[in-house]
Design a protein. Structure first.
Length: 324
């Protein structure tokens, strides 16, 4: 019973998603088709990857909204290097991930040393990173990917009667790998437990001998790594790199993680909840598109659901504290 109470928010979120599924399946014949569900997973793979990184940062008691700029810079550097040296997808992930970790480390050092709220630091670095990219790139879009990058790969490929291909492609494989890695770190390692402890009470964690700097470097570096990985996925999906392609995406990712019940003050939240938050946003936005709802109304409806969900999260966490 205690475990069920601990996952109260996730249970309500799952029920809400189920209701949405039933309602959208009733109202739209296209919603439950294989093609729509397949596209839904692929289209929101990048959001899931970024949500895993932001989930870890929020659990630690911080926040990072500079990741769109980190992802764009990682994309740009990756494509420029791949044009010269060739390579494969492993090389692409190594390049983009390394760039992301480097930029994430900058955030970690600034947050730790300046003792300024991390949202202020990452707003600043978002603008600094983006400004440096614009200065370096002159706003030029990149299109010339290597042939092997554009062709990609797919496991368990299946072609239907209409000639549409299904299978485990780059976005889905990357998303599943990231989910498995994040779950392992947060649930089965000492580092994961220390990150929860840091978010719960920084002073207590420091007195217990935890290195706050190393933990912050780990979580912000992990956010940077996820930014680089997401950058590769997004580059492969759209086949272009635009210097401003992901700006504004930080609010969507933050909404998904908070929808999943992760506390903005740290120490509380689950990866399952984060995944459910992504699913809720994905199903909601996809369903509204299929129903032909105006983009203005989509924004309003999405905002209302986010507010209701955040309120439910706060109430649930208050109830959990009262039971302790």
């Amino acid at each position: 019973m205690a475990d069920l109470k601990h996952y109260r928010h996730e249970i309500w979120l799952a029920l809400l998603i189920l209701v949405l599924f039933i309602g959208l399946a009733w109202r739209s014949d296209e919603f439950l088709t294989l093609g729509n569900l397949y596209d839904l997973v692929n289209n929101y793979a990048m959001l899931t990857i970024l949500a895993c990184g932001l989930f870890m940062v929020l659990i630690s008691g911080g926040i990072d909204i500079s990741f769109p700029a980190m992802a764009i810079i990682a994309q740009y550097v990756m494509v420029l290097i791949l044009r010269d040296i060739g390579g494969n997808f492993i090389v692409a992930y190594l390049i983009a991930g390394s760039v992301g970790i480097l930029l994430g480390s900058v955030n970690a050092i600034l947050v730790n040393r300046l003792r300024v709220p991390s949202i202020i630091i990452t707003i600043s670095t978002l603008n600094i990173f983006y400004g440096l990219l614009l200065w370096f790139s002159k706003g030029v879009w990149l299109y010339d990917f290597p042939a092997w990058f554009e062709s990609g790969f797919m496991l368990f490929k299946y072609t239907d009667a209409d000639g549409y291909d299904y299978g485990l492609g780059l976005p889905m494989l990357t998303m599943f790998a990231v989910l498995a890695l994040t779950a392992f770190i947060m649930n089965f390692t000492t580092v994961g437990r220390k990150i929860y402890a840091l978010g719960g009470n920084r002073e207590s964690a420091s007195r217990l001998g935890f290195s706050v700097l190393l933990l912050q470097w780990f979580v912000y570096g992990y956010m940077g790594l996820m930014s680089g990985v997401a950058g590769v996925v997004q580059s492969w999906t759209v086949r272009t790199v635009a210097p401003d392609s992901l700006l504004g995406y930080e609010l969507t990712v933050l909404a998904a993680v908070v929808l999943g019940g992760t506390s903005l003050v740290g120490g509380r939240g689950t990866l399952i909840g984060t995944v459910l938050g992504v699913i809720l946003l994905a199903v909601l936005q996809n369903g509204l598109n299929l129903l032909g709802v105006s983009s203005y109304w989509q924004t309003l409806i999405t905002g209302i659901i986010i507010v209701v969900s955040i309120s439910a999260t706060a109430w649930s966490q208050h109830q959990n504290r009262s039971l302790l």
